[in-house]
Structure formats: C-alpha cells, structure tokens
Design a binder for this molecule. Structure first.
Ligand SMILES: [Zn+2]
Ligand SMILES: [Zn+2]
Length: 244
C-alpha cells in the first residue's frame, strides 16, 4: 500500500511539476533522470591526459607547461553538454549547479582521487560582471562541489583589474605584466596549500592558468583544475575562450 501511495503522489507531482532531463530540460518519464537524446553524453573516457584533461587520442597539448598541474572534467563541451551549459549560464537555471557538481565529484574521485586538497576555489568576478549578472557559475559549482565532497570552498582570489574575461589574456600579454589580472585575497591563506580551482568550461585554459599562477607565486604547494566540460583542443581555441 505504501508503495502504491508513493507512486500516486509521484504521479500527481509529476503532472504538476513534470520531471525534466537534467541536461536539456525536456520533459521525461518520472522514473528517468535523463532523456533518450542525452543518454549519449560526450563523456571523456579513459585513458586521459592529466595535463589537459582530454582523452589521450584527443590530446594535442604536448604537455605544454602551465601553472596548474592536473586538469580533469567529466565531459567535452559539445552536444547535450553544450546545451546544458547554455541553460545554466544564459538562462540562469542555477539549480543545475548541484547536478553538474555531482558529475564533477565522480570525476574528482576517479581521476584526482590520489590528490589531496585543502581548499576548493573559483574564478572571481569583476565588479562589472557582478553588476551585470546574478551569479558566478564558477563560484556556484565550487560551492556545490564543496557541499558534496566536504572540501572547504574559499574565495582565495580577487580581481585587480576590472577587465572582462574575453579581453583578459590579450591584456596581460600586451602589458607584459606577470602579475596579471588576479591577486590572492590573503597570502597567508594560500601558503603551502593544495588547491583545486573550479570552473564550468576549460577552453585554452588561459584563465585557470592566470589564477593558478598567482596561487603558486603566493606559495601554494600545487594547484589542479576541475571543470564541468572541456573544449576539445582542436576546436575553437581562440574564438571560444570564455566569451561570456
Ligand atoms: Zn536531455
Ligand atoms: Zn594533453
């Protein structure tokens, strides 16, 4: 009887609040979590290159040096995942953060399970971005992941220039400014610490690298990066870099 009543309640709830695919938002049967289109997600399968996070056959990073040591993500930024990120970022469906963080937590365990972290942190917003947008996707994901994993989330970085992200790399290079756009909030917080930077998408990795650079300069022991999705190295590297 109990089961029957629950399924009736379920039926009622689903007719009022239909269950939706967690990636594309399509209405689905109550017993499912994703729709049939999204069952074939662009998962990044083993073996992976831990330097860029791509599957070895897609890796073109040639172990190019950067300030973060390891990179990982559950998915490539394509197909259903590209749509899902769009819903999250542009339509402001911020509750997707928990669901994305669940996928990221699995990747953290599988790929970075041997690593230890003192803190999870995120890419800070500029003041302009804060004014324009309601939420920082990187921060939301970091906070959701922190809740799942129990690793403390701390705001370790701040902006010293109020530049938009799409102009960031160029600005830093042009100015020849090694200290770039970011600075740590408090040097004492960072010294000797093992840090995991969270973002939604890694394209060329320039933004994460800028952040990792400052954390390392201020004495962090190591910095890794975990994102929800990675753009395959071959595609759109220069055009697609965090244009939002
Ligand atoms: Zn779907
Ligand atoms: Zn690689």
């Amino acid at each position: 009887m109990e089961i029957r009543r629950n399924s009736l309640i379920d039926y009622f709830l689903c007719s009022v609040f239909p269950r939706r695919c967690k990636y594309c938002g399509k209405v689905i049967k109550p017993e499912r979590t994703v729709c049939s289109d999204c069952e074939q997600l662009p998962e990044i399968k083993d073996p992976v290159c831990m330097h860029c996070g791509c599957n070895e056959k897609d890796c073109v990073c040639k172990k190019k040096s950067h300030f973060y040591e390891m990179a990982a993500a559950p998915f490539y930024y394509e197909g259903a995942i590209k749509k899902a990120v769009g819903r999250f970022k542009f339509k402001g469906i911020y509750y997707l953060s928990d669901s994305f963080a669940q996928d990221m937590a699995k990747t953290l365990e599988n790929r970075l399970g041997e690593r230890e972290y003192d803190y999870i942190t995120f890419i800070p917003f500029s003041k302009k971005q804060k004014r324009r947008r309601e939420f920082n996707c990187s921060e939301l994901l970091a906070r959701s992941l922190s809740e799942i994993t129990g690793i403390e989330c701390r705001e370790l970085l701040k902006r010293i220039f109020d530049t938009d992200r799409q102009h960031l790399t160029g600005t830093v290079t042009r100015k020849g400014n090694v200290f770039g756009v970011y600075e740590v909030v408090d040097k004492n917080e960072v010294k000797g610490k093992k840090i995991l930077i969270i973002d939604d998408i890694k394209t060329s990795g320039a933004t994460v690298d800028e952040c990792a650079k400052m954390l390392r300069f201020r004495g962090a022991q190591y910095v890794d990066c975990l994102t929800f999705a990675i753009t395959k190295s071959k595609q759109d590297i220069d055009t697609d870099e965090e244009y939002w």
